[in-house]
Design a protein around this ligand. Structure first.
Ligand code: ADP
Ligand code: MG
Ligand code: MG
Length: 905
């Protein structure tokens, strides 16, 4: 729990904060303050800090000083506005708004119109000269307050509202008059009393205090927790609370509310993007209660406000040097800014916007690198629908979040989760989504809604998650109760039918549409030129950003590749060598039989013969590989996996032998094989006879592999090539193991050199993948010319669990309980595994200053982990060919971090 001191300040006026105080004031509060200080029209107010929230969440009650501080700020606000909170003849009303450091759209609760009561509703009506408006505001307060603060089921209010509309024979809430709304208020108050056993609180300050507390509590609501887990937002940040004087968009047709982006969050293009709704309060736009009009229409509705808004949007873009999204309200022709933040965007737009801003001179290249992520690049490399394929178009909606998603139609989140757990790919189809749909959205390949615009809940959340989304497909009639969707032509899609949705075009298809590679992959493959004049806009932007990254990065990027084909692709993708060539794959297929012979060998001759047969095959693999990677390093790992992996499955073989015996046809070879399988069977193969241990107990095995490498290198050399092989020994725990292998390897290499009549430079190094190796790295470096951290095994051995056994069993529980923020196999565990890596790197370099350091675990292609490896000073990361562009980009981002010209953004 944070310390509370006498000096600690828990409340900041909007004039006191700024955009860099997000930790303390939350994103919303910090940016409201920034806009206030920029001189933009923000309704006055103040922010209660996240520190106050943390105290409350830690101790169960508000810090004692908070009440007085809030009173002081409220008093100042009242003085400024010339009216008191809830004052009967002319009430000051406020909104109580949540706002954490990271935006959590729709996750937290906000209550508008605080301060209205039976006593002040008439005062509001006479001040505004509009009775309908006053009662509409009051019913909204009771509805929002009842639901979010008092925990009343929101449906009850919705039903009452629907009933009122039905009774009057109208379809929208604006058609309800003052008398209808007054009746509705009575009804709502009845619902509150019935459901909570108490009356709706009439005292304004009590309303405010309860709402503040509800915002604090909402930090630990289920929706908020789920969203944080998904977005990897820490659970202990807390939320700030913003108290903001109300402005009213529901004061008639010259009022309204809207949302806007300074650029298109899907393409990055500059222009007018947003939605506007006349005669409405904020929540109505996002909720899709009534149909919004495009923001451009505002020019016709209210020219002056439109012009002012355009001006403000430009101010914000220049100030934040980025795409911003905003919320605004117009009260009887006067524009008010209610929120801004650097807006979420699609992956493609992130790259385009970054380069557009460089071109506009707003940011430099180092900063541009901070505006994109490896995860976004990975997203752009996904395949998309084949334009040439024949596809049955069902209809179209708004392209809200790009991607090509295919799956079975489901109409509720519960089914989405259930089906996806059993391995089905699903598309979640809803009229519109709300925060309760979050787990269903996570479980789905894509999301399709028939209502709502680019700023609807579905669109915003899907973009944030990088999920494909088509929203507002109004021509598709979604019936969630009957679990079906009807297309204009009358085609009916039932639950379980396959549909394809294209989040880049908004098109919805019946059945499975085939996919093609993305243009970004074509570019990395070298089939298109990213620098060409007529290159695809996105490809151009990616090309430029990659150039920035490659220009600045310190980490080299190598590939994990076992054959010439993968190596060649890796090279096209920008690999600067091979960091891990696994030789076990060379022992599979038809060669398996030879390996079997090797394992079954009773005496030396038999074994030598088996090895001799394998030698030329291994050698020719290496020749091809060294040729594909000519001039670049190729790290070859000697045999690593337990031998039983090359033998038949124990149960299968036992059954076969038992059946054969019953028929008295038992084959001698099979019996021998079974014996060997029994002998090699291990309880914990991961910790068994593998890696260097194999090399030490199977005479000649490593020698054969070293010979194959050396002979291949010699052959390439004699053919005029430039082979750069490196020999890597797996699973070393002590320097003695390495010394024995080294001695043998040097003898073999010398023999090959002699025979080939050429000198060879074949550095020999080791993997560091056991805690003991890491802890004795200083000694091991005496016998190793390089270290390659095998972070998969190192993670297993440091944690003491085997990946194969545990990922499916308890990881979900650990993630849910927050023990892991993310699986340690996905992102390196900095504190545990990472600190061993750091220490081993230091100790190794202390022994041998020119020791080469790399990493070849799965982590080599993981964005966060790449940053860590940059920080600890490794020379290279190695990852699967497809991850190479991501690793290059992240290595460039890591190097540029802190060097950008607008890092204080
Ligand atoms: P969220 O984080 O869910 O967007 P907000 O706190 O921004 O929640 O508020 C919800 C809606 O209410 C928004 O549309 C916002 O613009 C509107 N709103 C918030 N405060 C006020 C206010 N003081 N006057 C008018 N509308 C407001
Ligand atoms: Mg908002
Ligand atoms: Mg390993």
């Amino acid at each position: 729990m944070p310390e509370t001191t006498d000096q600690q300040k828990f409340v900041y006026d909007f004039t006191e904060g700024n955009k860099d105080l997000k930790d303390l004031l939350g994103g919303k509060g910090a940016n409201l303050a920034e806009m206030t200080n920029l001189g933009l029209p923000v309704p006055p107010g103040f922010t209660i800090t996240t520190e106050a929230c943390k105290v409350y969440l830690g101790s169960g009650s508000e810090p004692t000083a908070l009440r007085d501080e809030v009173s002081a700020h409220l008093e100042a606000l009242e003085k400024r506005m010339g009216k008191k909170l809830g004052q009967a003849d002319d009430p000051l009303l406020v909104s109580v708004r949540s706002g954490a450091k990271f935006s959590m759209p729709g996750m937290m609760d906000t209550v508008l119109n605080i301060g209205l009561s039976d006593a002040s509703v008439a005062g509001l009506a006479s001040q505004a000269g509009d009775e309908r408006f006053a009662w509409d505001s009051y019913r909204r307060l009771i509805q929002m307050f009842g639901k979010t603060v008092l925990g009343v089921d929101g449906e009850l209010f919705e039903e009452a509202l629907d009933e009122a509309k039905r009774a009057k024979g109208v379809t929208t809430d604006v058609e309800l008059g003052a008398a209808d709304l007054k009746r509705l208020v009575e009804e709502f108050k009845g619902i509150v009393a019935e459901e909570t056993g108490r009356d709706f609180p009439q005292e304004p300050r009590e309303q405010m205090d309860l709402a503040i507390r509800a915002v604090f509590d909402s930090w630990n609501g289920d929706r908020a927790k789920l969203y944080r887990r998904q977005e990897r937002i820490p659970g202990d940040l807390g939320t700030a609370v913003n108290i903001c004087s109300m402005v009213f968009g529901n004061l008639g047709p010259d009022s309204g509310t809207g949302v806007a982006f300074t650029r298109d969050p899907a393409s990055g293009h500059q222009g007018v993007y947003g939605d506007y709704l006349q005669n409405a309060q904020g929540e109505d736009v996002v909720a899709g209660i009534r149909n919004t009009v495009p923001l451009a229409d505002l020019e016709r509705i209210d020219k002056a406000s439109y012009a002012q808004l355009m001006q403000i949007m430009e101010t914000l873009e220049t100030h934040y040097k980025d795409l911003c999204d905003i919320e605004f309200t117009i009260e009887r022709g006067k524009l008010w800014m209610l929120q801004t933040r650097v807006g979420k965007r699609t992956a493609g737009a992130a790259f385009r916007i970054a380069t557009q801003l460089v071109d506009q001179g707003l940011i430099d290249e180092a900063e541009a690198l901070q505006r994109v992520t490896g995860a976004q690049l990975a997203q752009l490399m996904f395949p998309r629908f084949d334009e040439k394929a024949k596809a049955d178009l069902l209809g179209r909606g708004i392209a809200a979040s790009p991607g090509a998603a295919v799956g079975r139609a489901v109409f509720d989140s519960y089914t989405a989760v259930k089906w996806s757990r059993s391995g089905e790919k699903v598309i979640l189809i809803r009229r519109e989504t709300n925060p309760d749909d979050l787990d269903g959205m996570i479980a789905s390949e894509g999301i399709l809604t028939s209502r709502g615009g680019k700023t609807s809940h579905a669109a915003v959340v899907a973009r944030g998650m990088g999920k494909t989304c088509v929203c507002g497909a109004e021509e598709l009639e979604v019936d969630t109760k009957q679990r079906k969707m009807t297309a204009p032509g009358g085609v009916v899609i039932q639950e379980g039918d396959v549909v394809s949705i294209d989040g880049s075009t908004g098109k919805v298809y019946l059945g499975e549409v085939p996919v093609v590679p993305s243009p970004v992959v074509e570019y990395f493959e070298g089939r298109t030129d990213g620098a060409a004049q007529d290159a695809d806009e996105l490809v151009k932007a990616v090309h430029r950003v990659m150039t920035y990254a490659d220009g600045g990065r310190r980490l080299q990027v190598r590939a994990n590749a076992d054959n010439a084909e993968d190596a060649a692709r890796a090279r096209r993708f920008g690999a600067q060598g091979i960091g891990l060539c696994r030789t076990e794959h060379m022992f599979l297929g038809e060669r398996r039989e030879m390996v079997e012979r090797l394992i079954l060998a009773d005496h030396e001759d038999e074994r030598d013969e088996a090895l001799k047969a394998l030698l030329p095959l291994q050698k020719s693999d290496f020749v091809e590989l060294f040729e594909a990677m000519d001039g670049l390093p190729v790290t070859v790992r000697l045999l690593d996996p337990p031998l039983h992996e090359f033998l038949p499955d124990i149960t299968e073989l036992s059954v076969r032998v038992a059946l054969a015996e019953a028929r008295e046809e038992a084959h001698e070879n099979e019996l021998r094989l079974l014996q060997a399988v029994h002998k090699l069977h291990e309880q914990n193969p991961m910790l068994g006879l593998r890696g260097v241990r194999l090399g030490l107990v199977i005479p000649g095995l490593f020698a054969m592999q070293v010979r194959a490498i050396a002979e291949a290198a010699a052959e390439r050399l004699n053919a005029g090539g430039d082979p750069r092989a490196e020999i890597m020994i797996p699973l070393v725990g002590t320097v003695q193991e390495l010394e024995i292998v080294r001695e043998e390897a040097e003898r073999v290499i010398a023999e090959v050199e002699q025979a080939a009549g050429t000198g060879l430079r074949l550095p020999l190094g080791t993997m560091i993948e056991l805690p003991r190796a890491a802890l004795t790295a200083g000694q091991i470096a005496e016998a190793a010319e390089f270290f390659s951290f095998g972070t998969n095994d190192l993670t297993q051995t440091v944690w003491g669990f085997s990946r194969d056994d545990v990922e499916a069993s308890f990881f979900t529980a650990y993630l849910e309980k927050g023990i892991f923020g993310v699986s340690p196999f996905e992102t390196i565990d900095r504190d545990g595994v990472g600190s061993l890596v750091r220490a081993a790197a230091e100790a190794g370099r202390a022994t041998r200053p020119d020791l080469k350091l790399g990493v070849c675990g799965e982590h080599g292609g993981d964005p966060d982990s790449v940053h860590f490896f940059h920080e600890v000073g490794l020379d290279y990361v190695s990852c699967s060919p497809f991850r190479i562009p991501v690793a290059r980009l992240e290595a460039g981002r890591a190097a540029a971090l802190g060097k950008g010209d607008s890092d204080s953004r």
